[in-house]
Ligand binder design. Sequence first.
Ligand code: TYM
Length: 329
Amino acid sequence: MDIVLSGIRSTGKLHLGNYYGALLNFTKMQDTSKCYFFIADIHSLTTHPDPKQLHQNVKNVLVDYLAAGIDPEKSVIYVQSDLHETAELYLYLNMHAYMGELAKTASFKEKARKQPENVNAGLLTYPTLMAADILIHNADKVPVGKDQEQHLEMTRKFARRFNNFYGVEYFKEPVAYNFGKELVKIPGLDGSGKMGKSEGNAIYLSDTPKEIEKKVKKALTDSGPTIPNSVKPDYIENLFTILRVVSTEEVVNHYEDQWNRCEIRYGDLKKQLAEDIIKVTTPIRERILEIHNDDNYLRKVTSEGAEKARERASKTIADVREIVGFKKF
Ligand code: TYM
């Protein structure tokens, strides 16, 4: 049975990008694979180190996981900082990760630009911690959005390098996974880049229908095309990208047609888009409200999850210690 692993950082509430890039795939893989889903709270320290916020952020992601349909009876759900074995593997992998390649990573360069006052070593070694998350369970498939593709390439490189250096066939080379399809990138509603937890451009799974309508209404549009079949500007293409994931093919074709004939009615498009987003998020939001105060349940899920995750992780660490040459006197 394939081993599946993925995680989401605890840096805020989850949004449509997290859902279509990651979470929806998590729920689809639980019946056919051995799944590990964790909350990347150590990773979040690289950008969100406030100790007063951290626990609430971890709780938000945990509740969103459960509300979106990750079932603790089928999947192992745990908090990254509960599995010390990951931190230990991270340490060993760092001995075979080079400054140059880490500094070239797109996510490092972006973060260094965004927070020039805090370019910490954790940001630089973010990809080795991610590789440790994946390799500690020797995962085959890692369901993630498009922005994580480079990190997965690096994980494969680190696994290969470890095997070559020590002359073992120990780690497998995991792949970024989206059911044989292209990895997903959901854009923000502000016409720029991707939807992000801290970008102020997101629709959260916990947003009320009113909030969603308001956000969609505010999305940037224009007076419409004047030349038939013209290429859409980015901010319009973004609305269509979201429409393609939440709506039916028929709806998408209808608005593509309107666009191509220079008859696009943005008001109708936005109304339909908001309606279809609300259809997806409503059951999740209701479940969030049901469980977000059930601390006993949340404690049970995470403590049992950490225990189950440790079964495989402690074996990996024992093997790795032997491979790198640590011996008892
Ligand atoms: P994070 O928290 O940034 O994102 C979590 C997941 O959501 C996906 N995602 C998106 N997908 C499509 N469109 C978007 N706008 C969008 N925004 C976010 C991300 O691709 C990701 O799958 N490094 C990871 C966390 C992590 C991890 C791991 C993942 C730590 N260790 C090991 C897999 C395996 C991250 O940045 O998550």
